[in-house]
Design a protein around this ligand. Structure first.
Ligand SMILES: Cc1ncc(COP(=O)(O)O)c(C=O)c1O
Length: 425
């Protein structure tokens, strides 16, 4: 905790890093609301936490039991390991990616991190910030909205830069989709690295393969690495509802997370990419935490080697959330007034829906408070535009709706949302 009254003086970086950024600030209000209203029934669509799906829990239980019974157990939890990761896990990822994607990679092309958030922190500070000569290297988010967590990844407050997207709107259907706006996007000499999520949190957008290739080519021109945040992508948790191909390349780092595949508590992230970049990140990791949990890594090794994780992802995790998305779409199409300019982002993946209320007569935060009065909790959209310097009214016209609520709650909550929206317009 750092306040003006504190006798412990933080550095500039300390002061910056001890602030609650992005969605975490609103989460404090949500937690307080839930605490004060503990006897009320809430339709809580704010959760970023994935649900515990019984089949997925069972998978991790089985691998945990098998690990406990193994002779190697003491070695796994009782000893430090290398920063790069638990060797059997690295081998599992190499062999899985070779056979799944036909990649020509070796053990040096894999790095395991304590969750994928840490990966972006290392990347943002290794490639973004200030050079010896005082010049800036920006962390470019090629389109916003994007993951709120990118707002706090740099120790500097002024290096994350994001760009307004182009909007493809289907008026009649009340749907829309963001695309990178290549006319305005600058990936230039001052670009240190590029980061984006695919599928995206908060919008569920999946950048097309061509868009990704174009972004990577632009970054290649200025020797900038591109971190493709695949926390929701294939092969696990495979939370893409539309076809998508993971794209690899000489400046692309494919970043995965085990969090949405049932292991958020174990903090496991996996990066696959060029050795030179991974070595830089590995040093960062070594300095900050030595290595990721070996227990978690050992569990993931077996889950990958057996093929069960990828299978469960496409057979259980994906259909589970896809069905929630369908329920949400049906509810919005049914309850939202046809004559109002509301637009749902195409649900192409992840565990969220993104609603744009064009020309909304109040701000997203005011709407959030009005919805709370009707027991509906969503996340106001403005926190998902980290690094956007220019004013844009769109940023206060959106809401993120989590797909983690029970089906019946989704329907009832969205019915209430529709009626509040109607009254606001
Ligand atoms: C797009 C995206 N990237 C990264 C993360 C962080 O995940 P991890 O638990 O692997 O640190 C999240 C978590 O919600 C996310 O939504």
């Amino acid at each position: 905790m750092s306040t003006n009254l504190s006798k412990f003086r933080t550095s500039k970086i300390g002061a910056r890093m001890s602030q609650l950024t992005g969605v975490r600030a609103i989460m404090k209000d949500i937690i307080e609301t839930l605490r004060l209203g503990k006897d009320r029934k809430f339709y809580n669509f704010s959760a970023g936490n994935p649900l515990i799906i019984p089949e997925v829990e069972q998978l991790w239980r089985e691998f945990t039991a098998a690990l406990l019974a193994k002779k190697d157990f003491a070695n796994v939890v009782g000893r430090y390991g290398g920063t790069q990761g638990y060797e059997p896990l690295i081998e599992a990822v190499v062999s899985d990616f070779k056979s799944r994607f036909g990649l020509n990679i070796t053990e040096r092309n894999v790095l395991i991190t304590p969750g994928s958030q840490s990966l972006y922190f290392y990347a943002a500070n290794a490639y973004g910030g200030y050079l010896e000569d005082g010049s800036i290297r920006r962390i470019v988010l090629p389109l916003c909205p994007d993951y709120t967590g990118y707002g706090g990844v740099s120790v500097y407050s002024d290096v994350v830069k994001s760009f307004r997207p182009a909007l493809e709107i289907e008026e009649e259907q009340h749907r829309f989709k963001y695309h990178p706006n290549f006319d305005d996007l600058e990936i230039a000499e001052d670009t240190g690295c590029v980061i984006f999520s695919r599928p995206s949190n908060p919008t569920g957008n999946v950048l097309t393969d061509d868009e990704v290739r174009q972004l990577a080519a632009m970054a290649e021109q200025v020797n900038a690495p591109v971190f493709i945040d695949s926390a929701y992508g294939p092969p696990f948790p495979a939370l893409n509802f539309t076809e998508m191909t993971p794209i690899f390349g000489s400046n692309i780092i494919h970043c995965m997370s085990l969090s949405k595949a049932g292991l958020p508590g174990e903090r496991i992230g996996i990066a696959v990419g060029p050795e030179e970049v991974l070595q830089t990140l590995e040093c960062f990791e070594s300095n900050s935490c030595i290595h990721a949990s070996r227990f978690g890594q050992a569990l993931v090794t077996e889950a990958i080697n057996s093929g069960k994780l990828a299978e469960l992802s496409t057979k259980v995790i994906r259909p589970f959330y896809k069905s929630k998305m369908q329920i949400l779409e049906q509810a919005l199409d049914h309850f939202m007034p046809k004559d109002l300019p509301w637009f749902l982002h195409k649900g192409e993946g992840a565990i969220f829906a993104w609603l744009w209320l064009k020309d909304l007569p109040c701000t997203d935060v005011e709407l959030y408070h009005k919805l709370k009065e009707q027991d509906v909790i969503v996340v106001p959209g403005n926190t998902f535009f980290p690094g956007l310097a220019e004013p844009w009214s769109h940023t206060s016209q959106c809401l993120r709706i989590s797909l983690t609520a029970p089906d019946a709650d989704l329907t009832e909550g969205l019915k209430r949302l529709a009626s509040v929206v109607k009254s606001v317009y």
